[in-house]
Design a binder for this molecule. Structure first.
Ligand code: SAH
Ligand code: SF4
Length: 340
């Protein structure tokens, strides 16, 4: 085999087909079979000639992540463990919010950033995922689900903006009318604060949604919790967010996991409001999900959560207190490790 179907963008397919003397629209037909109709065999692509199907069969491999395990949580969240060609294992999660389905996919096998509260970070970093490995998680989940999944979030394993070229290539394919045709507002990148990547998103042609994992409102505390903050301190990140906000007009979501007596004081809430002044952020307060590697970190007590929320309200910051999903199967935020 010379090529791998999921590694090819629409443009790559068009170039390949023109080299083969095929018409350009054939490229869109193949992509619609794979991305929209979930037809993963060339034999099933019935509007292509037999000879083209045979040529595809002997030149373009149809490689997908292999499902090793599927777990279902009490709340309906499903977690998938996939094995990749080199044996690396990654996870994806399918969330169900009252009929709305969201696929949470991984961009790296592991994560190099080692945030102190995150199980993915604690388990080390193997490598970036290829374009095909990222897209393959989503397509396999849709195929298994039996119907379309209309939201996708890059909130699984890894830091998407450290694998930017592949992630942006995947987003183009999700969004392209000739491929998956998923709306820009149904695609979200979550980042730990890779400032140059955020700046690129400000200029990206598809206005996707952006989430920042903040978790601490000052450099001293944030650098302790998230070492990446030493490379891109808060002022730099906030500048990049402002630029994204100005260029796209989109509101940014801020993720903040409340860890007992670490980052959950009312002072932290006031500092957060001051830091984000002018950004009109929307804050998602995530219940901290305990992880095996850091047993000393606990979820905040109810009274502390309440005080934190009251401080945000006093500062007129909009927030939502999220419910945890899938923690009984280690599928909640920060719990993906690729092996549990
Ligand atoms: N690397 C990116 C994408 C992963 S998204 C990022 O960090 O944004 C995973 C989300 O879960 C992030 O918001 C992350 O900060 C959060 N998270 C990590 N560990 C967590 C934990 N133990 N409890 C709650 N949230 C956690
Ligand atoms: Fe990596 Fe995000 Fe986990 Fe930090 S929170 S270690 S950036 S996956």
């Amino acid at each position: 085999m010379i090529y791998d179907a999921l590694e090819l963008s629409l443009n790559d397919w068009q170039i390949l087909f023109s080299e083969w003397g095929e018409q350009k629209f054939r490229a869109s037909q193949v992509c619609q079979w794979i991305y929209a109709k979930k037809e993963f065999t060339y034999d099933g692509m019935t509007n292509l000639s037999k000879s083209l199907r045979e040529k595809l069969g002997s030149n373009v491999a149809m490689g997908f992540p292999v499902m090793i395990r599927q777990q279902v949580s009490k709340d309906g969240t499903r977690k998938f463990l996939w094995q990749l060609n080199d044996g690396a294992r990654i996870e994806s999660v399918l969330l169900n919010h009252g009929g709305h389905k969201t696929a949470c996919i991984s961009s790296q096998a592991g994560c190099p950033l080692k945030c102190s509260f995150c199980e993915t970070g604690a388990n080390g970093f193997k490598r970036n995922l290829t374009r095909g490995e990222i897209v393959g998680q989503f397509l396999m989940m849709e195929k298994i689900n039996g119907s379309d999944i209309n939201n996708v979030v890059f909130m699984g394993m890894g830091e998407p903006l450290l694998n930017e070229d592949n992630v942006l290539s995947v987003i183009r394919s999700f969004n392209d009318k000739n491929m998956r045709n998923l709306g820009a507002r149904h695609i979200t990148i979550s980042t730990s604060g890779i400032a140059p990547g955020i700046e690129d998103l400000a200029d990206f042609e598809i206005p996707i949604r952006l989430s920042l994992s903040l978790h601490a409102p000052n450099d001293e505390l944030r650098s302790r919790l998230m070492p990446v903050n030493k490379q891109y301190p808060l002022q730099r990140v906030v500048e990049a967010l402002k630029r994204y906000r100005e260029r796209t007009g989109e509101r940014i979501t801020i993720e903040y996991a409340l860890i007992d007596r670490v980052n959950d004081s009312p002072e932290c809430a006031y500092e957060t409001a001051a830091l984000l002044d002018g950004l009109e952020p929307y804050i998602n307060l995530i219940p901290f999900n305990p992880i095996p590697s850091r047993p000393e970190l606990k979820r905040s007590e109810q009274s502390r959560i309440k005080a934190f929320c009251e401080a945000l309200s006093a500062m007129k910051i909009e927030y939502e207190l999220r419910k945890e999903r899938g923690s009984d199967i280690m599928a909640a935020c920060g719990q993906l490790a690729g092996s549990h």
